[in-house]
Design a protein around this ligand. Structure first.
Ligand code: ADP
Length: 458
């Protein structure tokens, strides 16, 4: 039963031609896949990307048309976001919505997350609700593949043929599924990105509105407060110097009234000062957070900054006989690039806190350099902070410990301001503390890095 040699040769030639065709087709498919992958990763406009994908699919599968839809949040309808027709005069369906209700083929894909092939689409019950459309378009076979992102159907890719009995092969189906896998990720990323962008814009808008509000309210409060304080000071002075010495009375009631007036005016002044500090702090923080702070960055020496901060806080120690200030600054510290006044503000804040929360012992200001950072630390021998409260002290309006007993001695804004300032300089701030023994507040400021020319980065 052997064929004559010539017949065998012809068969072989035919088989080879067939294989070559298949191979060419496969190469064409891989080429398309490659183009789609490149489009998805390089084109940032999602609509444009999907339009290109729809066209590539029509060309690849020699189909009649192709469309890409996205499912709405309620999962009730699909909206066409890209399409391509082999006949350009067929019009554009982008923006058209396809309700899932009464559309068994789409429902099946959305519910199962599996692709389906619908042959004889003009009469098949799976496409019943769109038979008129299928007829108008001359659709023969319809392929619907789900777009799956993190296991959820977010849309579909549809491809339709227009020749009788032209159906999709399993190889074509798996190719479209591969393409669907490629673009679902891109769609999801684009969605997440725009959601994030929206959330960021909303948050930034709210933050800017809050900062502007705080800045204007604080400003409005500061002006009248300045005159209230100014007049209270004048009244105190006049009372002490002129009025009270002139009131000579042995009447105990009058004497009590005099003491009370003195005490009350003292309270007006101290509370007014507290309010001024609070308003200044709120203004400072609002300005930094809104990015409106004018930073005067310059090359600075750490020891000079420490000297100025300790001089400015020396008066705090005058009434505190059992409290000493110690400075321990290593020699030859490298320069840093920083805002002098803001850095002094941080040190004054930390020293003032240390004094405020320490009955006796010492406040030590240390400065050393580790790697490319200057580390400032202010340690005290005061009341300390419970471990669980330590991270909270840098939060706004937080006064830890027992604030119910005795009135709070500050605003709870000093440390958040320090944090903003330090972080603006590219540094970090932290606290180490043992309850009843004391606290150490430290922060870093990067040193100026000198570039060694010709030898790479320093
Ligand atoms: P305040 O103006 O209230 O001091 P801060 O933001 O400067 O605001 O500090 C927040 C809180 O952190 C303080 O109220 C206090 O409870 C705690 N704290 C800050 N510094 C020290 C310190 N050196 N020792 C103990 N507790 C401190």
């Amino acid at each position: 039963m052997t064929h004559p040699l010539s017949q065998q040769y012809r068969d072989l030639q035919e088989q080879m031609a067939q294989r070559t065709l298949e191979l060419e087709e496969r190469i064409g498919q891989l080429d398309t896949l490659n183009r789609i992958t490149q489009t998805v990763t390089t084109v940032h406009n999602l609509e444009e990307t999907l339009g290109i994908v729809a066209r590539e699919m029509v060309l690849l599968l020699k189909a009649r048309n192709s469309g890409i839809t996205l499912l709405n949040e309620e999962r009730t309808e699909l909206t066409v976001v890209a399409d391509y027709f082999s006949h350009p005069d067929e019009g554009n369906t982008v923006g058209v919505t396809i309700p899932l209700a009464g559309n068994p083929s789409s429902i099946q894909v959305v519910q199962t997350g599996r692709s389906i092939v619908v042959p004889h689409a003009q009469t098949n019950p799976l496409t019943e609700s769109i038979h008129p459309l299928m007829r108008r378009r001359g659709t023969e076979c319809l392929l619907i593949v789900p777009l799956l992102a993190r296991g959820e159907v977010i849309g579909t890719i549809g491809v339709a043929t227009g020749e009788p009995d032209r159906e999709f092969t399993p190889a074509e189906l798996s190719l479209v599924e591969t393409i669907a896998g490629q673009i679902a990720g891109a769609i999801e990323n684009a969605r997440l990105f725009s959601e994030m962008q929206r959330a960021k814009e909303t948050a930034e808008g709210a933050n800017a509105a809050k900062s502007t509000f705080l800045a204007s309210v604080s400003h409005e409060l500061r002006t009248p407060l300045t005159s209230v304080l100014g007049f209270a000071r004048i009244i105190q002075k006049r009372l002490d110097e002129r009025i009270l010495p002139a009131v000579q009375s042995d009447d105990p009631k009058t004497q009590r009234a005099i003491d009370q007036v003195r005490e009350n005016i003292g309270i007006i002044l101290s509370e007014g000062n507290r309010l001024t500090t609070l308003i200044n702090n709120v203004l400072d923080l609002a300005k930094i957070e809104a990015g409106k702070e004018d930073w005067h960055m310059q090359s600075l020496s750490a020891s000079e900054v420490v000297e100025q901060a300790t001089a400015a806080t020396s008066s705090l120690f005058e009434q505190r006989e059992r409290l000493n200030m110690i400075t321990d600054v290593v020699d030859d510290l490298p320069q840093m690039f920083a805002d002098r006044d803001r850095l002094i503000q941080v040190l004054i804040n930390l020293i003032s806190n240390a004094v405020k929360f320490t009955e006796q012992g010492a406040i030590t200001c240390r400065v050393k350099v580790v790697d490319s950072e200057i580390i400032f630390s202010i340690s005290d021998t005061g009341m300390g902070i419970v471990e669980s409260d330590q991270p909270r002290v840098f939060e706004k309006f937080t006064q830890v410990g027992d604030t119910l007993t005795g009135k709070p001695m500050g605003t709870g804004l000093g440390l958040p301001i320090c944090k903003e300032i330090v972080e603006h300089h590219g540094g970090r701030i932290w606290v180490e503390s043992v309850l009843g023994q004391g606290s150490v507040f430290s922060f870093t400021i990067p040193t100026i890095q000198l570039e060694i020319k010709g030898g790479g980065a320093a």
